[in-house]
Design a protein around this ligand. Structure first.
Ligand code: ZN
Length: 207
């Protein structure tokens, strides 16, 4: 088995609408090219075409995907799980395949997807949030972190992740630090992949 590569299929976004009462948002959708091939965060139910196009640009079909992960259960992260009928589904800390649910205690150990990839609990945004940790071929350690990070800019401006909703801001902060300490690259929930810098680590540790 050779070490994997992380591809971002679609960059996510989030913007508050003019009326201040609604938000336009979609998640960043990524694929870990293996084998095993893994898709992380499948956007909204209206985005099947985008997901399929992104996969085909990598020469992949839905049936090639062994794991379909949603970093948490919000609508913009789970919309196209049903495309992946050959996959084990991981939605937050809930692991299932068809009607069989695997009980896994994420607090005691990561859930391993391969020699190079595991899923770790990173609660905060919701109490069920997980991140996918990938020891990649040429990109170093990549952590696909979902809404633990809204986008790179939220390290300088924490109001960006706090205003996106956080069930437990203290735990979210602790997990943000943990991920920044470890990762070379982070894929956030609603923005492009970014390289972690010493400045990011310094800013986050000062909070
Ligand atoms: Zn989100």
């Amino acid at each position: 088995m050779s070490a994997p590569k992380v591809h971002v299929l679609v960059d996510g976004y989030s913007v508050l609408e003019g009326d201040g009462k609604s938000m336009r948002a979609n998640c960043t959708c990524s694929v870990v090219e293996g084998p095993p091939h893994i898709i992380v965060d499948t956007m909204t139910a209206w985005d099947a075409e985008k997901v399929l196009q992104g996969l085909s640009s990598l020469g992949l079909q839905p049936e090639d995907i062994s794991y379909a992960v949603a970093t948490h259960g919000h609508c913009d992260h789970v919309g196209n799980l049903n495309l992946f009928q050959a996959a084990t589904h991981v939605v937050g800390t809930c692991v299932s395949r068809r009607d069989v649910f695997t009980l896994h205690d994420f607090d005691s150990e990561p859930y391993k997807l391969s020699e190079f990839v595991d899923v770790i609990a990173t609660p905060g945004h919701t109490s069920e949030d997980v991140s996918v940790r990938v020891r990649s071929r040429h990109q170093g350690l990549v952590i696909i972190a979902g809404d633990l990070f809204e986008r790179e800019e939220d390290i300088r401006d924490p109001s960006l992740w706090r205003s996106a909703g956080s069930q437990d801001p203290d735990r979210q902060m602790a997990n943000r630090r943990r991920v920044l300490a470890e990762a070379d690259l982070v894929v956030p929930g609603h923005g492009p992949m970014f390289a972690v810098t010493a400045e990011h680590r310094r800013l986050e540790s000062e909070r």
